[in-house]
Design a protein around this ligand. Structure first.
Ligand code: ZN
Length: 109
């Protein structure tokens, strides 16, 4: 994936760390605040309402969780139970997000 110098606009290979034209430092990927679309499908502990299925789907696909919840509630009443079954299936099938246990080593695993 080509990158472009932010100082002079020169096209550079994706592995470039410095601009070959002006010598500016090329930052390799800006950190994205929050969760990026495409994060693993897990049910987070923080922010869940019932089982975190809507939140898991929203975060994994980059959707707005409020829209997913509204569609889920509407679907629960108007789909003849299909959405309810799908929600329970997601509750069972989508793994819970791993939490950091105090004292666990190494941290983050
Ligand atoms: Zn440059």
């Amino acid at each position: 994936m080509p990158v472009y110098c932010t100082q002079c606009g020169t096209g550079l290979p994706g592995s470039a760390r410095f601009c070959s034209n002006c010598g500016a430092v090329i930052s390799a990927g800006q950190p994205i605040p929050g969760r990026a679309p495409g994060s693993p499908l897990v049910r987070p502990h923080a922010g869940r309402q019932i089982a975190g299925v809507c939140l898991a789907l929203a975060q994994a696909n980059g959707w707005d969780v409020a829209v997913i919840r509204i569609l889920a509630v509407l679907g629960f009443f108007f789909s003849g139970g299909f959405v309810g079954v799908a929600y329970v299936a997601g509750w069972i099938g989508i793994p819970e997000e791993l939490i950091d246990m105090p004292g666990a080593y190494p941290p983050g695993i």
